[in-house]
Design a protein around this ligand. Structure first.
Ligand code: AMP
Ligand code: ZN
Length: 466
């Protein structure tokens, strides 16, 4: 089966076709950098990482843009409370965010545009909408998008402005609001004393942009007026993405995004994990409880992205166990050193690969995809005595291949192990040649690396000193 995704726009699974052959352009809504992100946010960012990694695995050339929302009500309020300049305040949380992504082994995006560096692009876009009379200015100087002037408004969320009750029209000036408040939304907020020293003097007057226009302006700047995939958490679909479509398509007259992918929430006791509900964990909270970063990553990516996921410590313990199984498998393969070959081993690998790919092609159906990998491990474990070194190497390469997509199996220890085994072999050679000076030197060298050697009847064994 070819690659397919559930598109929120059509509310159906569609086979995927990139605009340009072999290339895919992806925009993912990044964090509002007013605080540390919580692991609910990270679930969404890791779903996006899994998507990008899988597209790369399929050999697409991917351009990934993730914005940073570094000006909005929350960042302005936070900076004011801390007595810091907005830039200083948001930079601190942007850096914390990048550290979290790195800890969880997410691939860096190609661009991380910050809203405050793209005010001109936003002003230009708003000017186009004003010229087309799709946007209008109110007495206080703010500028709004007239949703009735854009006939497709509501296509993503399934709501139609025509269905609004009489008297429900009007305007909304906050960035986040519910479907019941489907109204003209703000593109440019005229300066308000609450904004303190956060404002831009532009052709539109003194003020700052609304949240939605940020993503239209920055996505189109880096990816073009039409691009392939746009992602976010499901709470972004309305109003944020609905408004992005309206602003962009009203300005360009072109289809903005071909595939909209939205992830479900990470919940705690069946409730969305959210800052406002105070039911959240940051990554730091979990690391302080001694959970391994890769177990956290594994926990967040291995439930299908459109399924709500309930967070629990038990979930991380299960991930620990799964990763341990892979680690033991990888370690045991290193000890296979015989020359023999297992007839048909390539076929076993190929079947596992096909299982993995066919499920991932099906809207990133990760659970059965991983089940194919674990079936493979079980099968190979049962065949161990019949495998030779070359077979073992192929099995390791296959695990490495899967790891390009899931990014959870860290092989540093195994690489170290390879190095240790090579040094032990060199030492054995030295001992056979009665070169005890060299043999002692290797023992000392390994000891300095924290590895203690023990010569036994079965050969030389090693263990870590700490
Ligand atoms: P924000 O910083 O609030 O704009 O959120 C950043 C990203 O995290 C957005 O794509 C949100 O949709 C997503 N998000 C927020 N809360 C959750 C949650 N509990 N589970 C999954 N994704 C979330
Ligand atoms: Zn956005």
């Amino acid at each position: 089966m070819g690659l397919s995704f559930y598109n929120t726009l059509s509310k159906s699974k569609e086979s995927f076709q990139s605009i340009e052959e072999g290339k895919i352009k992806v925009y993912t809504c990044g964090p509002t950098v007013y605080n540390y992100v919580h692991i609910g946010n990270l679930r969404t960012f890791l779903f996006e990482d899994l998507l990008i990694r899988y597209l790369k695995y399929l050999s697409y050339q991917v351009t990934h843009v993730m914005n940073l929302t570094d000006v909005d009500d929350k960042t302005i309020r936070g900076a004011k409370e801390k007595g810091q300049a907005l830039k200083e305040y948001t930079l601190f949380y942007s850096e914390a965010f990048f550290r979290d992504l790195k800890t969880l082994n997410a691939l860096p995006a190609d661009f991380y545009p910050a809203a405050t560096n793209h005010i001109k692009e936003m002003v230009d876009l708003i000017k186009i909408l004003l010229n087309k009379a799709i946007a209008y200015q109110t007495e206080d100087g703010s500028i709004y998008f007239s949703i009735r002037k854009f006939k497709d408004y509501g296509a993503l969320s399934g709501m139609k402005p025509d269905n609004l009750l009489d008297g429900a029209s009007g305007r909304v000036s906050n960035d986040e609001y519910s479907k019941e408040e489907m109204k003209d939304f703000v593109l440019w907020k005229a300066y308000d004393l609450e904004d303190g020293d956060v404002f831009w003097e532009t052709e539109l007057g003194k003020g700052r942009p609304g949240w939605h226009i940020e993503c239209s302006a920055m996505s189109m700047k880096y990816l073009g007026e039409s691009f392939d995939i746009h992602c976010g958490g499901i709470d972004n679909a309305f109003p944020h993405h609905e408004n992005e479509i309206a602003q962009s398509e009203a300005a360009t007259g072109k289809k903005f995004v071909h595939y909209w992918l939205h992830s479900a929430f990470l919940n705690v006791n069946s409730e969305k994990m959210a800052k406002s509900k105070k039911n959240f964990y940051t990554l730091k909270d979990l690391l302080e409880k001694d959970f391994a970063p890769m177990s956290i990553r594994y926990s967040l990516i291995t439930t299908h992205y459109r399924q709500p996921l309930n967070f629990s410590e038990e979930l991380i313990a299960q991930s620990d166990a799964a990763l341990k199984r892979v680690k033991e498998f990888v370690s045991s393969l290193k000890y296979i050193k015989t020359e023999k070959r297992f007839n048909g081993f390539e076929k076993i690998i190929q079947e596992a690969r096909e299982g993995f790919v066919s499920h991932m092609n099906d809207d990133l159906n990760i659970s059965p995809a991983m089940a194919s990998v674990f079936d493979f491990i079980r099968k190979v474990n049962g065949l161990k005595d019949e495998l030779g070194e070359k077979d073992a190497r192929q099995a390791l390469d296959f695990i490495g291949e899967i790891n390009q997509v899931v990014g959870v199996f860290q092989f540093e220890d195994e690489i170290l192990e390879e190095e240790i085994l090579n040094l032990i072999e060199e030492r054995n050679q030295a001992r056979r040649e009665k070169n005890f000076k060299k043999s002692d030197e290797i023992r000392e060298l390994l000891l300095a690396k924290g590895i203690l050697l023990k010569d036994t009847k079965e050969g030389t064994q090693w263990q870590k000193t700490s």
